[in-house]
Each structure stands twice: as structure tokens, then as C-alpha cells.
Design a protein around this ligand. Structure first.
Ligand code: PEP
Ligand code: MG
Length: 556
């Protein structure tokens, strides 16, 4: 570090080193209620109209640069912005003497309330109006557009936290690294940054003080942000990273322990910009295909045919390998406009995951039909699994439905403690189990996975979580069913040894995590993994468990 540099501590969730100026994810603009008009009412009405029209132009331009659902959503938003009734109301309010920004905000808010009150499809459009409002108001107030800054130079993105929706326009060519003030190891920031291969640090409270343009170095493995780093330090860390990456290329191919016990190494797939690049990774297939990304940012569900085309593309890219498709996991942290109940008091405990099919049975049925059609003749070993399974009955019903559509291998995700406690019955009811340790940690510790301040409870090394994993792995072994891990726990090379020690048969993670996990497995025998697993389980807490295993694994 340089004598003037400061080090800010957080939680490293995606390894890598990057250095550059910081830019903040812009929040929605706040309109001062007492904002005085700058000109006469006619002038205010004109500039208000111009700001809304420019917002519509911008949305149209962005829409034409994209394809698929995102383009449709932006085009529909542009049309809403050009609604003449809305335009008249803005002019009327400005004519009454309100400042342009206040008139725009007020007119949009009125329309939004009317839509929300109308319910159903109309209510779902309310969020779109809020987005257009915020863009037009930001333009009038001269503050940054809400969301990821659209800049033509690379920067380190800072945010309070990131939701999947915030990252729709995130261009990895311009974002060097991500640092958030909140969020824990299983937050979406962690998942998104790993899948994009961007270094990331979450739960880094100190970044709040950083002004736009400050130069930082982000070390995603160490979980630190160095403010104003010396060039020599950046070069030294980049050099170390390059040397480590070169060492990792020495081990390749299917995962196995040093004594030859196979452990499938698989990829977690989400919103992929370049499927070809991901499919070229040295992996035995996909262990978690998060299909909800096909459904996000849409006004309604994609048709069976649209889904078939999307799934076929993935199956084609992984032909000859295994692809585990997770059926729609909507709700809580992944709300969908046309599915999620807006008034759920406690969404994480509400109608989410597989439970969505209680209210919308056609959605699951259509998805399974599309998966079966895409799988047919693809040459891919297609499996399906349901998220948020709570009982053996749910697992059995899901498996029966999948089998009836012609998908022969159907499993249950173990993300709810009830399902882990009943893992033998759940395993007997379907064909395989996959541990979603992100949600399993959240529900075991009653700790919101988005809450960075609860990161110690969400730590996947917590012995209580490991106990549930052990139970599930035991149940899988006893019933002859494979048990995978597809939560973020699988991507920690040390914890991967522990999971294998419990009897987990596959590990699924971001492509960027595969080499470290493969190397760690190749250096330890199954018996050593079992010994490390027993140590982690006996530890008083997650931190102690990790340290004990780190020390012991270095000796073996
Ligand atoms: C999990 O909960 O661990 C999981 C893999 O699912 P998601 O992170 O998509 O909820
Ligand atoms: Mg989950």
C-alpha cells in the first residue's frame, strides 16, 4: 500500500484483482416538494414534455440495440412514456405553476396509483411507469440516470446492494469489479459477479464514503478494497494472480479426489451473454440452469415455443453432457411481474419456488413441456429439478409430472430445513437431490440472505448447516440417489473438500471457480476429505471450522 492509501474490509465473493475509478449505482431521484419553477408555466410545461419525450427516445434507442424480452420491455416503456393523456396531465400541472420535475413526478404518480388500483395486468405496469418517471425526473434535475451508469470507460461499480433487475444493463466490458456496502456471501451480487467473472467484495461498509472517480484496487479473493493504491502494489497483485492462474491450468478434466473418487464438476448457468464461452469451460455439464432469467423483465410468461427455443440453445451448447434445468424459481428475491403476489407480507416465506405452481399450475406444466421438447433428440442428458421443495409429497408430485412429460430424471432441491430433515423420504420420492445452500442457510438461521450484517449466520461453514448437508448426503447414499451442491458453498475450494467428505457426488459453480475446486480435490483423498468434514462439523462456529480445515488441509 502507498502511505496515503486506506484498506476497506468486506467479504470477498468473487476472486480477481481490478483497479480503476469508482462509479455509484445511481439511486432513484428525489424531487424536492418545494422545488420552485425556473420559468413561467408555459416554459415549464414545454421542458417537462421535452424531458419525457427524450426519455422515450432513449428507451427506444436502447430497445433497438437489444433483442428478445429486454427489447420488448423497453419498447413498451417508450410507448407508455408517449401516452398523450399522461402528456396532457403533465402540461396541466406545469400550467398550474408547478416546476417541470414536480409536474412530471406528480402526473406519473397519479397514473401509477390508478394502474395499481385497477389490479391485474394494469397493476403490473405500475413498476414500468415508476422507471420512466425516475428517468424523466433525473433528466430534469440534472442528476445521474438511475441504475448502472452508462459510461464509455471502465469503472468499479459501487452500490448499496444489487438485485438481479439492477444488473440487466450491466456490461462486463465496462465494469471492472463490483463492491457493495451490504449483501452477504449468498447475495445476488455474489452470484452475478461470479457468473460474469468480475472480482467482487460485498458487505464493505467503508465504501459509502468513496466519491465518484476515486481510484481503488479490488481484491475479490481477500475481500478488501484499497483506496488510492500504489501502482507497484497493483502490479504485484496482478502478477501473483496470473501466476496462480497459470498453476491452475496444470489440472484439468473430470473432478476426482487424489485417490480417484469421481466428483462431477458442473456449471451454474444464468443470464449468459456468451453461451459458447461458458460451454467451452472444462466442466462435465450444467448443475444448475436458473431458468427464471428467461422470465424476468417480461409482462407475461414466455410461450412454450419461446422456451423450447431458449432451452434448445443451451442443450445444443452442452450436447453430450449433463444439464440440470431448475424450473422457475420466482418470488422473494426474484420477483416476477406476472406471478409474484404484490401484497405478500413475508415473501421469503410465501408462494415462491415450486409453490408458485399452486397458483399457476400451467406455468410449470408449460415449462416441463418445453424442456421435454427441447431435450428430445438433443443428445444432452437433461435432468430437471424443482426449487424450494418442502415435503416428500411435493417431490413425488413434481417427479411424476416431469416423468409424464417425458423428462426421465427429476429431482428436488434441498433448500428448506424440513426437506433436509426428511431427506430420506424426499430422496425416495424422486431421482436425485441438489442442495441449494444459499437458501438452506437463510432458512436454517432465519437470516435474510440479502442481509450483509448477518453474514456470520449465513456463513456456509456454520456447523448447523453442515449437519443438514450431512443428513442429506447420507440419505442420498442410502437410497442410491446422487446428491449435488449448487449453492455458493460448492465454489469454496476448502468447503468443497468438506462436502465431498460428507458424500456429495457433484459440485456446481460459476466457471471461474472450477479450476481452484478441481485442484483442491486432486490434492486430497476421500479419507482426508472425510476427516476434514468431521472437523468442520465439530467446530463451534463457521469461522473456527474454516480455520481448522484450512490448517489441517494444508498439512495433508
Ligand atoms: C440456492 O439457494 O442455494 C440456490 C442454488 O438457488 P438460488 O441461489 O438461485 O436461490
Ligand atoms: Mg435457492
Amino acid at each position: 500500500m502507498n502511505s496515503t492509501s486506506t484498506q476497506l474490509a468486506g467479504i470477498g465473493v468473487s476472486p480477481g484483482i481490478a483497479s480503476g475509478p469508482v462509479e455509484w449505482l445511481a439511486p432513484p431521484p428525489v424531487v424536492p416538494h418545494d422545488l420552485a419553477p425556473a420559468g413561467d408555466p408555459e416554459a415549464e410545461a414545454r421542458i417537462a414534455g421535452e424531458a419525457v419525450a427524450a426519455t422515450a427516445d432513449d428507451l427506444e434507442a436502447r430497445s433497438s440495440s437489444l433483442v428478445g424480452p429486454s427489447a420488448d420491455v423497453l419498447a413498451a416503456q417508450a410507448m407508455m412514456a408517449r401516452d398523450p393523456v399522461l402528456g396532457d396531465r403533465i402540461a396541466e400541472l406545469a400550467g398550474e405553476g408547478l416546476a417541470a420535475a414536480v409536474a412530471v413526478a406528480m402526473a406519473f404518480d397519479e397514473f401509477r396509483e390508478q394502474l395499481a388500483a385497477a389490479g391485474g395486468y394494469m397493476a403490473e405496469r405500475a413498476a414500468d411507469l415508476a422507471d420512466i418517471r425516475n428517468r424523466a425526473v433525473a433528466r430534469l434535475l440534472g442528476v445521474p440516470m438511475p441504475g448502472v451508469p452508462d459510461l464509455d470507460y471502465p469503472f468499479v461499480l459501487l452500490a448499496g446492494d444489487l438485485s438481479p433487475a439492477d444488473t440487466v444493463n450491466l456490461d462486463p466490458a465496462h465494469v471492472l469489479a463490483i463492491v457493495t456496502e451490504h449483501g452477504g456471501p449468498t447475495s445476488h451480487t455474489a452470484i452475478i459477479s461470479k457468473s460474469l467473472g468480475l472480482p467482487a467484495v460485498v458487505g464493505c461498509a467503508g465504501v459509502r464514503a468513496l466519491a465518484t472517480g476515486t481510484i481503488v484496487m479490488v481484491d475479490g479473493a481477500e475481500g478488501v478494497v484499497i483506496v488510492d493504491p500504489a501502482a507497484a502494489l497493483v502490479n504485484e497483485r496482478l502478477g501473483r494472480l496470473a501466476a496462480r492462474r497459470a498453476a491452475l491450468t496444470g489440472v484439468s478434466g473430470p473432478g476426482r479426489t487424489s485417490d480417484g473418487m469421481p466428483v462431477q464438476l458442473l456449471i451454474n448457468l444464468g443470464r449468459e451473454r456468451d453461451l459458447g464461452v461458458v460451454a467451452a469451460a472444462d466442466a462435465e455439464g450444467v448443475g444448475l440452469y436458473r431458468t427464471e432469467f428467461l422470465f424476468l423483465e417480461r409482462h407475461d410468461a414466455p410461450t412454450v415455443e419461446e422456451q423450447r427455443v431458449a432451452y434448445s440453445e443451451v442443450f445444443h451448447a452442452f450436447a453430450g453432457r449433463k444439464v440440470v434445468v431448475r424450473t422457475l424459481d420466482a418470488g422473494a428475491d426474484k420477483p416476477l411481474r406476472f406471478v409474484t403476489q404484490p401484497d405478500e407480507p413475508n415473501p421469503a416465506l410465501g408462494v415462491r419456488g415450486l409453490r408458485t405452481s399452486r397458483l399457476f399450475p400451467d406455468l410449470l406444466d408449460g415449462q416441463l413441456r418445453a424442456i421435454a421438447r427441447a431435450a428430445s433428440g438433443s443428445g444432452t442428458d437433461v435432468w430437471v429439478m424443482a426449487p424450494m421443495v418442502s415435503t416428500a409429497g411435493e417431490a413425488a408430485a413434481f417427479a411424476a409430472q416431469a416423468h409424464s412429460h417425458g423428462v426421465p430424471v427429476a429431482g428436488a432441491m434441498i433448500e428448506v430445513p424440513a426437506a433436509a430433515l426428511q431427506a430420506s423420504a424426499v430422496a425416495a420420492a424422486c431421482d436425485f437431490l441438489s442442495l441449494g445452500t444459499n437458501d438452506l442457510a437463510q432458512y436454517t438461521f432465519a437470516a435474510d440472505r440479502m442481509a450483509g450484517e448477518l453474514a456470520d449466520l449465513l456463513d456456509p461453514w456454520q456447523p448447523a448447516l453442515l449437519e443438514l448437508i450431512r443428513l442429506t448426503a447420507d440419505a442420498g447414499r442410502a437410497s442410491g440417489r446422487p446428491v449435488g451442491v449448487c449453492g455458493e458453498a460448492a465454489s469454496d475450494p476448502l468447503l468443497a473438500l468438506v462436502l465431498v467428505g460428507f458424500g456429495v457426488t457433484s459440485l456446481s459453480m460459476a466457471t471461474t471457480s472450477l479450476p481452484e475446486v478441481r485442484l483442491a480435490l486432486s490434492q486430497h483423498s476421500l479419507a482426508e476429505c472425510q476427516a476434514l468434514a468431521a472437523m468442520a462439523l465439530r467446530a463451534p462456529d463457521g469461522k473456527a471450522g474454516r480455520e481448522t480445515v484450512r490448517t489441517a488441509s494444508a498439512k495433508v
